[in-house]
Design a protein. Structure first.
Length: 122
């Protein structure tokens, strides 16, 4: 096996391990931040509702970024990550304008122009 193949395999392996670590970290934070979690109890404990603000800080839930050069496969992977991001941060409970702002922040300039001018839905 050539050096380039070994390097490519190591990069793929490192990417996989990094994704697994990220998933474990998000799951641990979810457990800690959930109402029944083993995290520190707060003095003003309130039951969780669907209208609760985002549960995870931005650093714990990396937002997926989409470029206009993405293939259909890349887009499908991005869409799945974006759906998970919206679920984990509870951003899907936000008003449509705020959801749109989140979406636009995760797109490159080409996609932003498409959304802004071709798909005007405000």
């Amino acid at each position: 096996m050539g050096d380039m193949e070994q390097l490519a395999n190591l990069i793929v392996q490192q990417t996989t391990l990094s994704a697994q670590r990220e998933e474990r970290m998000v799951a641990m934070m979810e457990r800690l931040l959930s109402p029944g979690g083993s995290g520190a109890a707060s003095s003003d404990h309130r039951p969780a509702t669907n209208d609760a603000p985002a549960r995870l800080p931005g650093a714990a839930t990396p937002a997926p970024f989409l470029t206009s050069s993405a293939s259909l496969r890349d887009f499908a992977a991005w869409k799945m990550k974006f759906d998970g991001y919206m679920l984990l941060t509870r951003a899907d409970n936000l008003p449509p304008k705020e959801q749109r702002a989140i979406l636009l922040s995760l797109l490159d300039e080409d996609w932003t122009r498409v959304i802004r001018y071709a798909l005007s839905s405000s």
